[in-house]
Structure formats: structure tokens, C-alpha cells
Ligand binder design. Structure first.
Ligand SMILES: [Zn+2]
Length: 345
């Protein structure tokens, strides 16, 4: 079920995500805090045209028609309507202001809400599906099966769905064989004008851990999820040329997965930034999906079910279509006008 509110949200978010707006380059007034630059939420409200600002305890929410942005002081979580993003730094309360790091404004909020354009974004026809692990590398293992096996089942189902939609589909593996991460990337990079989707399921020693998460490459200067920033994080990697497209692809697919799995109550762990090898060396827009936790008793049963595997594959396929529509709307709209068009899903 997609509610009208959600539908409007998607039309707004994805359109803004890809359309070349006649951008107002914000002249942010920054505040220094512990050696980093921060921007007040009040400025973000004004710059992005939010009409309301509500504070309730530590929660700060900006809203305008069809769109809300919610933050908590001291937290790295940012929720844009239904989609959770993991910030690089916690929002900080200073006096009456809530401050957001300049990095998060530049690398998440701005590309999601007002990109000038997704650099290099072209209409694509090829989707490279990468079922993670395989062969001697089983990935996570539980009493029902192996991650390598589940990744492949979802990947093969996704191949069928995307092929039926007219996409050219390339699989990094179609059976239980081993490939190194470099082999997966080399294979994908042989194709021009493609997107890359790596499929995984999660595991944790904490069996309570559960939910969906989607990773995209950390932009330059942004830490790998859960680690502090290192000097090497300032190197520009192959995948960084797709920073805007990466977050657009992640938002389209992760958002669709949340909608599709809502009825079985799989929690949202958010869109996160990481420097996994397959994401750093790839030249295409790329994401890595973790479709649930094999180590969680409830999700282990779910993941074993064919209906859930099909749901994940269907959601990814629909997310790919959503992303493609947004790109097409972006290029046709950019030709005609600088105003965003409404998209209907
Ligand atoms: Zn894995």
C-alpha cells in the first residue's frame, strides 16, 4: 500500500533528487564546534522552503507539503518522511539552535533535496546484479540455510523481473560459485551505462538486531559507518564520481523495500555510508542491500520463506523502475523547464 502522502513524498523527493534545478547555492553561515563546521536547522528550513518547525523534547521536525525532515539532538539519525538516513555526525543542540554538520548538509540533505544535477546520470539499460558470497564463502549461516544461497535466490528472481521489464541483466554469478570482490567489480565495470546492486543478508552476534539497511559509498570526507573519519577517507575513490546517483538509487530502492516489507514489520535501519570494496571500485551507481538478519529468530524464518525472497526481489525491481523514471523525468524536464515535474508511481 502506498498512501497518498507517501506517493506525494516520492514524487517530490525523487523528482528533486534528479532534476537539475536552477539551484540556489546556499550561502551557509557556519558555526564551529569541536573543530567541525555546523549549520543551524533554522537556515536549512529557510533554504529548502520548509514552512513549519516543531520542537518536542529533543526532536526537531521541519515540514512542508508532502515532506518532513526529523532530527534528534545528540543523534545521527535523520528521517525524511519514511526513509531513515544515518548522518556522519550527531546533530548538536547549542543554545536554542539545533546544528547539523556541514558534511551532512552537503552530502545527504542537499543531494537528496536539491541536487543541481546528478553528474554523469544517463539513462541506463543494464542492471548488474551481484548476489553476495558463494562457493567456499557461504556468508552468514543459520539453521535454515546460507546467505550465499538466499542472495542467489533473490538475485535470480530479480533477474526474471528486470528482464521482463526490458532491462539487460548481468549476473556476477548464477550458481554457487566463488568470486572475489575484485572479480565482481571487474565484471561490472566491463559494461557501460549500468547500475550495480549487491544483494546480502545480515548477521550479528546480537540476535535482537534486525531490519533492512542499504549501503552506498561514503562520499569524500565521510566515515565508513561506525568508524571515525580517517585521513584515507579524504581520497577520491572510483565510486565517488557517482555520489549523487548513489544516494538517489539507494533512496529509490530502500524506500520501496520499506513500503513492500511494512506488512511483515521489518524495521528500517536506514541508508548508511560505507567503503565496502564493491562500492569503492565500481564505476556505476551502486548500492549494497542487506535484506534482513539471518541471526534474528523472527527474520531468519521470514528470509527462509519464498514469499519474502520474492518480496525483496520485487521491491528492488520496483525501486530500479522508480529510479529510471526519475532519471527520464529529469532529462525530459531539464530540456523543457527548470521546474520539477510530478512523477506518478
Ligand atoms: Zn554478506
Amino acid at each position: 500500500m502506498i498512501t497518498n502522502r507517501n506517493k506525494y513524498f516520492w514524487t517530490t523527493l525523487i523528482t528533486f533528487l534528479v532534476i537539475s534545478c536552477s539551484s540556489l547555492h546556499a550561502n551557509w553561515q557556519t558555526v564551529s564546534y569541536k573543530g567541525k563546521k555546523y549549520i543551524s536547522l533554522q537556515q536549512i528550513k529557510t533554504s529548502f522552503g520548509f514552512t513549519n518547525y516543531k520542537i518536542s523534547g529533543s526532536s526537531h521536525t521541519l515540514t512542508k507539503k508532502g515532506l518532513s525532515l526529523q532530527l534528534n539532538s545528540g543523534s545521527q539519525k535523520c528521517i525524511l518522511n519514511t526513509v531513515k538516513f544515518e548522518f556522519s555526525y550527531p546533530a548538536v543542540k547549542r543554545g536554542t539552535s539545533l546544528l547539523v554538520s556541514e558534511t551532512d548538509v552537503n552530502k545527504i540533505i542537499t543531494p537528496v533535496l536539491r541536487p543541481t544535477i546528478i553528474k554523469n546520470a544517463k539513462s541506463f539499460r543494464t542492471v548488474v546484479i551481484d548476489p553476495g558470497h558463494g562457493g567456499k564463502d557461504a556468508g552468514a549461516v543459520n539453521r535454515y540455510g546460507t546467505e550465499a544461497g538466499y542472495n542467489l535466490k533473490v538475485g535470480l528472481k530479480l533477474k526474471k523481473l528486470l528482464t521482463a521489464q526490458g532491462f539487460n541483466v548481468v549476473m556476477t554469478r548464477e550458481n554457487n560459485t566463488y568470486l572475489s570482490l575484485q572479480q565482481r567489480v571487474s565484471l561490472a565495470n566491463r559494461y557501460g551505462n549500468a547500475i550495480f546492486i549487491s544483494i546480502h543478508f545480515n548477521a550479528s552476534s546480537r540476535t535482537a538486531a534486525r531490519g533492512l539497511e542499504t549501503f552506498t559509498l561514503s562520499p569524500v570526507g565521510v566515515a565508513h559507518y561506525g568508524r571515525g573519519v580517517k585521513s584515507s577517507d579524504y581520497r577520491v575513490l572510483n565510486g565517488n564520481h557517482q555520489d549523487s546517483a548513489n544516494i538517489a538509487l539507494a533512496t529509490a530502492i530502500h524506500g520501496r523495500m520499506l513500503e513492500r516489507t511494512r506488512s511483515v514489520k521489518v524495521p528500517d535501519r536506514g541508508i548508511k555510508r560505507a567503503r565496502f570494496s564493491v562500492l569503492t571500485k565500481i564505476k556505476h551507481p551502486a548500492i549494497l542491500i542487506e535484506g534482513g538478519f539471518m541471526s534474528n529468530p523472527t527474520e531468519a524464518i521470514l528470509i527462509e520463506k519464498k514469499i519474502y525472497q520474492n518480496t525483496v526481489a520485487t521491491a528492488i525491481c520496483e525501486g530500479v523502475i522508480r529510479y529510471r523514471k526519475a532519471l527520464n523525468a529529469s532529462s525530459s524536464s531539464a530540456r523543457k523547464s527548470t521546474k520539477p515535474e510530478r512523477l506518478d508511481y
